[in-house]
Design a protein around this ligand. Structure first.
Ligand code: CS2
Length: 505
C-alpha cells in the first residue's frame, strides 16, 4: 500500500510555510471549493509575503468526512489542476485545523471568538444561509428557531452570532466576515441576516453592538471545481507518490475580487492575485449572470439531452449557441461592466472554460439546488429585462429547462434525473397537487429542444403527462422561488409556456 500524504511523508522542499499552530482565519464550509480557492490564495500569500501566521481552521457544517480525510494527513491535501495540457499537482498546507460542527458546536464558537482570528470566510452554498425569498433571515426555519432558543448553535448565522457575542464579552476585537458564495451582494446580504437574527434574540443588544464594528465585505469568487472521483485520487497518488484522500480537482482559472473593507488585519491576498476593490458589484453581477447562468442553462438542457458533463453539453453546437445568446441578448444589456472587462470576450472565455474536456464537471452537480440558484443567476436578469419591456427569451428558456427537469424527471433517453434540492419536497408536492407525476416518458421519436435531431434510434423525447401551461402554472406559483411579482407577470408566464412547449413534444 502506498503511504498517505502527511507532514512526515511530504518531501522537505514541499513542507507548508504556514505555521502549524497559528490560526488567523476561520472558514465555514470546508468543501472542495474552499480547498481549491481561498486556501490556495492564503497559501500563496503566505509564501509571497512571508507572513506565515494565517493558518485556517476549517469547519465542516455537516459530516465528519473531510476531517476523516484531512486529520491523518496533518491537514495537507493537494489540488490537481486540469487544463488543456498535462495535469499539475500542488500540495496545500494552509488548513491547520479541521472541526466538524455537529460533533462540537462549542469548539466552533470558541474558534470564531479566538482573539488571534480576525477573518471568518464562508462557502456554505446558497441554501446554507437560510434566507427568505424576499430577503432577510427565514425566521420560520426550525434550525434558526432552535439556535435562537439558545442551544449550542448549528446554523451558520447562529455560529457567527455566538462567536461575535463572545468576542464582545472577551474584548477579542472586531471581526471581518467574508462571504464567498455565489449570491448577490453576499456581504451585505449576510449582514442583514445577522441583524435579523439579533433582532429576534431575547437580548440581542451586545450582538447588535458587535455587528456595528464588524465588517461584511462582498466578494466574487471564481474557479470551476468538480466533485473529486476515485479516478482523480488514483491519478493524484501516481503524481504525488503518496495517497491523498482529500485531493480536489480544479481548472487552471482562479479569480477572487474582494471589497476592501476589513475590520482588522488580513492576509496579503492581493499579492497572490486577488483584486481588492471598492466595488465588487459589477464583477459579481457579470459572473453570476453570465458564468453561473449559462452554467445552469447548460446543466438543465444538457441533462435533458442525456449529457453527463458540462463539456459534452457545450460541445453540442446548438446548446453552445443558446448559452452564447443568453449572454449576448438577455444578460449583457443588464450589466455595467467592471473597468477593463470586455463582456463579450468574457462570455467567450466562459464557454471555453466550460469546454475543458479534462474537468468532467457533471451536469447533475451543477443542476443541484436549482430553487436557490435560479433566483440569483437568472431571475434578476429576467426582472431587469421585463422592466425594460424586453422579452428575456433565453433566460426564460433556461428557467423552462429547469421546469422540465423537475417536472419530467427523465432525460430524452428515459434515464431518471435526480432532483437534489432543498425544496425538493415542496416542488414534488406542488406538482402532485397539480396532478403531474415526474418520470413519464414518451415512446415515440420526434424532436424537441430536449432531444437533438438525429438522436439514437428509438430514443424518445420528454413527455410531461401534462400541458406546458399546467407545468408552468404549478412551478411558477412557488413563491419562495419566483416571488409574487414574477408569478403574476403574464409576459413571463406566456414565455415559459412557449419554452416548456419547445422542450417537450
Ligand atoms: C456552478 C458553480 O455548481 C454550480 O452551480 O455553476 O459552482 C461554478 O462552477 C462556480 O461558481 C465557478 O466559479
Amino acid at each position: 500500500m502506498t503511504a498517505r500524504l502527511s507532514l512526515t511523508t511530504l518531501p522537505a522542499a514541499l513542507q507548508p510555510v504556514v505555521e502549524p499552530s497559528k490560526i488567523g482565519i476561520v472558514h465555514l464550509g470546508l468543501g472542495a471549493f474552499h480547498r481549491a480557492h481561498q486556501a490556495v490564495f492564503t497559501e500563496e500569500a503566505a509564501i509571497l509575503t512571508g507572513e506565515t501566521g494565517w493558518g485556517i481552521s476549517g469547519i465542516s457544517q455537516r459530516s465528519a468526512a473531510v476531517r476523516e480525510q484531512l486529520a491523518p494527513q496533518d491537514g495537507l491535501y493537494s489540488v490537481l489542476t486540469r487544463g488543456l495540457g498535462d495535469p499539475s499537482i500542488r500540495v496545500i498546507g494552509s488548513i491547520r485545523e479541521v472541526l466538524t460542527a455537529p460533533e462540537d458546536p462549542e469548539a466552533v464558537v470558541a474558534r470564531i471568538a479566538d482573539p488571534a482570528v480576525s477573518v471568518v470566510t464562508l462557502t456554505v452554498t446558497e441554501k446554507g444561509y437560510r434566507a427568505a425569498v424576499q430577503g432577510g433571515l427565514d425566521l420560520t426555519d426550525p434550525e434558526i428557531q432552535a439556535d435562537l432558543a439558545g442551544r449550542a448553535p448549528r446554523t451558520v448565522v447562529g455560529q457567527l452570532a455566538a462567536g461575535l457575542v463572545r468576542r464582545a464579552q472577551t474584548g477579542a476585537g472586531p471581526l471581518t466576515v467574508l462571504s464567498c458564495d455565489n449570491l448577490v451582494a453576499n456581504g451585505p446580504f449576510l449582514r442583514r441576516l445577522m441583524e435579523d437574527y439579533a433582532a429576534a434574540l431575547p437580548d440581542g443588544k451586545s450582538l447588535i453592538d458587535e455587528l456595528e464594528v464588524a465588517r461584511f465585505p462582498a466578494s466574487m469568487v471564481d474557479r470551476i471545481v468538480p466533485a473529486t472521483t476515485d479516478a482523480d485520487r488514483e491519478e493524484a497518488a501516481g503524481l504525488l507518490g503518496v495517497r491523498d484522500e482529500a485531493v480536489v480537482v480544479a481548472e487552471p482559472f482562479l479569480q477572487w475580487v474582494i471589497e476592501d473593507d476589513f475590520a482588522g488585519p488580513r492576509p496579503g491576498w492581493e499579492k497572490a492575485g486577488a483584486i481588492l476593490t471598492g466595488d465588487v458589484a459589477p464583477w459579481e453581477q457579470a459572473k453570476l449572470r453570465m458564468l453561473n447562468a449559462t452554467h445552469s442553462m447548460l446543466a438543465y438542457l444538457g441533462a435533458l439531452r442525456g449529457y453527463e458533463t458540462i463539456a459534452e453539453a457545450v460541445r453540442d453546437e446548438q446548446l453552445a449557441g443558446l448559452a452564447n445568446e443568453l449572454m449576448t441578448a438577455d444578460v449583457i444589456p443588464t450589466l455595467t461592466p467592471p473597468e477593463g472587462l470586455d463582456l463579450t470576450a468574457y462570455g467567450q472565455s466562459v464557454l471555453e472554460r466550460f469546454a475543458n474536456p479534462a474537468l468532467k464537471h457533471r451536469t447533475a452537480q451543477v443542476a443541484m439546488d436549482g430553487s436557490v440558484k435560479l433566483p440569483v443567476r437568472l431571475l434578476g436578469t429576467i426582472r431587469d429585462r421585463l422592466a425594460a419591456n424586453a422579452e428575456p427569451r433565453l433566460a426564460g428558456l433556461a428557467v423552462a429547462a429547469w421546469m422540465v427537469y423537475v417536472a419530467g424527471g427523465v432525460d430524452a433517453n428515459g434515464n431518471p434525473l435526480k432532483l437534489d434540492d432543498p425544496q425538493a419536497n415542496k416542488l414534488q408536492a406542488t406538482l402532485a397537487d397539480a396532478g403531474i407525476t415526474p418520470g413519464l416518458r414518451s415512446r415515440g421519436g420526434g424532436t424537441s429542444l430536449a432531444r437533438p435531431a438525429g438522436a439514437p434510434g428509438g430514443a424518445g423525447g420528454i413527455a410531461l403527462g401534462a400541458t406546458p401551461a399546467a407545468v408552468v402554472d404549478a412551478l411558477l406559483g412557488v413563491e419562495s422561488i419566483f416571488g409574487a411579482d414574477l408569478r403574476e407577470n403574464s409576459v413571463f408566464r406566456e414565455l415559459l409556456v412557449e419554452q416548456v412547449g419547445s422542450l417537450t413534444e
